[in-house]
Ligand binder design. Sequence first.
Ligand SMILES: Nc1ncnc2c1ncn2[C@@H]1O[C@H](COP(=O)(O)OP(=O)(O)OP(=O)(O)O)[C@@H](O)[C@H]1O
Length: 304
Amino acid sequence: MSHAVIEVEDLGKRYGGRPVLDGVSFTVAEGEIFGILGPNGAGKTTAVECVEGLRVPDTGTVRVLGMDPHAQGDRLRERIGVQLQETGLPGSIRVGEALELYSSFYREPRDLPGLLADWGLEDKRNVRYSKLSGGWRQRVHIALALVGRPRVAFLDELTTGLDPQARRDTWRLIRRVRESGVTVVLVSHFMDEVEELCDRVTVLDGGRVRATGTPAELIARVGGEHRMSFRPVDDLDPSLLTSLPGVTGVERDGRRVVVTGAGDFATAVTAALARDHVLVAELRIDRRTLDDAYPALTGRPLEV
Ligand SMILES: Nc1ncnc2c1ncn2[C@@H]1O[C@H](COP(=O)(O)OP(=O)(O)OP(=O)(O)O)[C@@H](O)[C@H]1O
């Protein structure tokens, strides 16, 4: 893994004697989109705010860009971009004013026209925040997080409440943030979002890390079988498929043939069908998703 920009070790935090974070450890590498996934109340915001230096953990250590976020908070906050879950922007503030306000927090902020142009906000400069649609608000939030030329941007539940198109647009913006060289920590309770965007993800539940890895690793860790199915145009002898590497089962479901297996079995099956000149229709391969893996990782489904 490349250089670590965030190192969290054995973080603990209690509220009223109740553990909200219980031995949380993870590392974020430079240049990645790192996801923190978990249901409401899992401790995601608490963990991120400890990393940002906005809350003080009871136990454990945090290093961000080599700094202690509590002891060196002022210096650190020059180098990170924080988009709070509730940005607390007054509805009457205009987009340009909000960006100017945030600029004033930094010694070397981005120039405003450049930032507005980067995020397609020139036409919105004089529009009041309350008049913006959800998608445009997220654009403003991302621009606010980048005002100070951060090396790490924290984006918390950016797409909650957005319609599907605005979500996809926001995902593109998040990728652009990373492409600009900024490491992104993305807090989310959407599995599809994390799977789509994140290089690596840590699954937090009940204040504990349940798993950390690439989305593909987490899915593979749960193991299990994949399925493919198709309708043979001509008769098919199932024994043609049962002995192929990785295939664990061949069944008929009406006119369809359903093959289960692990690893690269689908390639072996399609190659065998082609070799024997078996024409098939309606070929479908069911890919497992993080959604499928989640209950096995945490012992329960994600309740939000
Ligand atoms: N300042 C506080 N005082 C007391 N309890 C708190 C405080 N902050 C958070 N908690 C509790 O800690 C738990 C974890 O909260 P946290 O906000 O970190 O979870 P989360 O995973 O970010 O969920 P959400 O998506 O709802 O913000 C919750 O049960 C919450 O009620």
